[in-house]
Write a new protein. Structure first.
Length: 116
């Protein structure tokens, strides 16, 4: 059974930092592209960042470039999202995502709240 377990969300003030973690089990971690999505209140889920397993490429939404960093620890089966200089508009439920050519899995979601 595949599980993606997220942690690290919470409440932070604008300009602050948080690091989200997502630990995968039940899959071959280095064969999956790992990504983060988020869903702000009342809006659709949107792409945030991805880490391509084949070549290590990283991609970011324009809104988070220069502030967020995605990374992967293969030994721990964990992907991270380091979020710096957080803004009010970053508040959302953040979801971890594992993608292969055959499968797609989601984490349970992790709330990030940003206060002024």
């Amino acid at each position: 059974q595949v599980q993606l377990v997220e942690s690290g969300g919470g409440l932070v003030q604008t300009g602050g930092s948080l690091r989200l973690s997502c630990t995968a089990s039940g899959l071959t971690f280095n064969q999956y592209t790992m990504a983060w999505f988020r869903q702000p209140p009342g809006k659709d889920r949107e792409f945030v960042a991805s880490h391509i397993h084949k070549d290590g490429s990283k991609y970011y939404a324009d809104s988070v470039k220069g502030r967020f960093t995605i990374s992967r620890d293969i030994a721990k089966n964990t992907v991270y999202l380091q979020m710096n200089n957080l803004k009010l508009e970053d508040a959302a439920v953040y979801y971890c995502n594992a993608i292969s050519t055959d499968d797609k899995y989601w984490g349970q979601g992790n709330q990030v709240t940003v206060s002024s």
